[in-house]
Design a protein around this ligand. Structure first.
Ligand code: SAM
Length: 252
């Protein structure tokens, strides 16, 4: 059987347009997602082997994950996204400026966002991201033949972007749980709720409008322990065309 793939992304997604549309400076949603990561990470060991899945061209999550990770592997469906991330890691002069997002992360951690602290965190991010990998989470083996599993897998607004139906969402959750999350490992996700798509310029990309119950069900059916599941929600600010954000984390 042919492996499903997110066709809209392969043909239409432009990393720079996406960054220009959605990363114009940290907003209340970025703070919500970052705060959920900070709170969850504080309950975990600080030497995690971490995978960011569907990270796109973004490094805001890596800013939060770095202090808790001994190594971070970063994967996405699109080589163009990985290339955008590589350009920042290699300090190319015209790479995206993640400085304001690093400042926001430090603030959410209760640290002072001085230039020295921002530079230190950026150096830590560059040191800890050791691998950029192609992945397709719709495939039962998202990272191909590798048998590497992770203490923590983080997927920010990516699992809902790649799943067309509830069945596909549950399948993606199982693919990730079965092959990427280590025994006792954790999966942390954020999802946009109450919309069926988002725009980048004149292109629209589908989103599966999941409810909190769908999220709970997806985790349980993928083998995560119900008593470890934590779900937080945030209503969207007025001007948005979606209802809100859901953040969840659980342990296998
Ligand atoms: C809405 S973007 C989220 C990007 C980033 N995590 C963020 O929070 O801004 C969705 C991401 O999922 C990736 N993606 C789409 N289908 C995928 C698949 N089948 N496997 C892995 N990643 C996929 C896209 O390339 C894109 O980077």
């Amino acid at each position: 059987m042919e492996t499903p793939i997110s066709h809209e992304y392969v043909t239409e997604f432009n990393p720079q347009s996406y960054l220009r549309s959605y990363y114009t400076g940290p907003d209340s949603e970025d703070r919500f997602v970052t705060r959920c990561m900070v709170d969850a990470l504080r309950t975990m060991p600080s030497d995690l082997l971490t995978l960011e899945l569907g990270g796109g061209p973004t490094l805001f999550a890596v800013a939060t994950l770095a202090p808790y990770s001994r190594e971070i592997h970063f994967c996405d469906l699109l080589p163009a996204n990985l290339n955008e991330v590589r350009r920042w890691l290699e300090n190319e002069p015209d790479a995206f400026d993640w400085g304001p997002y690093i400042e926001m992360t430090l603030e959410e951690e209760g640290l002072s966002a001085t230039p020295a602290n921002v530079a230190h965190r950026a150096e830590e991010m560059r040191r800890k991201v050791t691998r950029l990998l192609s992945c397709n989470a719709l495939d039962p083996a998202p990272l191909g033949s590798t048998t590497q599993t992770y203490d923590l897998v983080v997927a920010q607004t990516s699992l809902d972007a790649m799943s067309a139906t509830i069945e596909e969402w549950k399948q993606v959750m199982r693919n990730v749980s079965d092959t990427l999350v280590a025994p006792q490992g954790r999966l942390l996700v954020s999802l946009v709720s109450g919309t069926e798509g988002y725009s980048v310029g004149d292109k629209t990309f589908p989103v599966l409008p999941l409810t909190v119950d769908d999220v709970r069900q997806g985790y349980i059916e993928a083998g995560f322990k119900a008593n470890t599941l934590q779900i937080e929600t945030m209503p969207a600010p007025d001007a948005r065309d979606y209802v809100g954000l859901i953040a969840a984390v659980a342990q296998k």
